[in-house]
Design a protein around this ligand. Structure first.
Ligand code: XMP
Length: 200
């Protein structure tokens, strides 16, 4: 972790859930404005660290979609973008087998690579992805996540840029899904228990 850039700690909030989502969403954990403020801070730090470097952003599909778009448009340096597909969840909330669904298209040899993911949970995904990328000879390799659930970590993994440290709750919205739904919520929230027990 970048000692000069500690995550913002988030605890359960009692913010009112916007009406269109109130049937399934129990609580808003991080509202849209707070996401944007923090992403602005992350982008300024990353711009300061990467300016002048030959950089490739490697984003992991699909949960990064909103975070990536909001972060990237604020990065003020020339860069390339590529995607990797890696999936660790089936239709539940428990981690399963890691499956690579899309490989890199660009060469990262001799380039500075920043891996962007939605959430760091056990660390299994980013440990596997960074080990795979390290074999391709990047000039440097760092990681950036919007959310971190430190209580869930199994084994060591140090992430370089973190938006928010959150409690051990399964979260959805702002790109994150449960059973491929809820990615479109403009905030990060927690689902009502009936959604898990009775998925549509
Ligand atoms: P690991 O355990 O490998 O997990 O660090 C990383 C991946 O697991 C997914 N994940 C979640 N997805 N809400 C989600 O929608 C969550 O609370 C959550 N926790 C982990 C996610 O795909 C992440 O990249």
């Amino acid at each position: 972790m970048n000692a000069n850039f500690p995550p913002i700690l988030v605890s359960q909030t009692d913010l009112t859930v916007p009406a269109p989502h109130a049937a399934d969403v129990d609580a808003v954990l991080i509202p849209a404005e707070q996401l944007q403020d923090r992403i602005g801070q992350l982008a300024r730090q990353i711009t300061a660290d990467y300016a002048g470097r030959d950089t490739v952003i490697v984003a992991l599909l699909s949960g990064t979609v909103m975070f990536l778009a909001d972060l990237m448009r604020r990065l003020e340096f020339p860069m390339r973008l590529d995607f990797m597909g890696v999936s660790s969840y089936g239709s539940g909330t428990e981690s399963g087998q890691l499956v690579y669904t899309k490989e890199l298209k660009l060469s990262i040899r001799g380039r500075h690579v920043l891996v962007v993911d939605d959430i760091l949970d056990t660390g299994k995904t980013l440990r596997s992805v960074t080990a795979k990328l390290a074999e391709l000879g990047p000039a440097s390799l760092k990681t950036c996540v919007l959310l971190d659930k430190p209580e869930r970590r199994s084994g060591q993994f140090e992430v370089d840029y973190v938006g928010f440290a959150i409690p051990n709750l399964f979260v959805v919205g702002y790109g994150l899904d449960f059973d491929e739904r809820y990615r479109n919520l403009p905030f990060v929230g927690v689902l009502k228990p009936h959604v898990y027990s009775d998925p549509a």
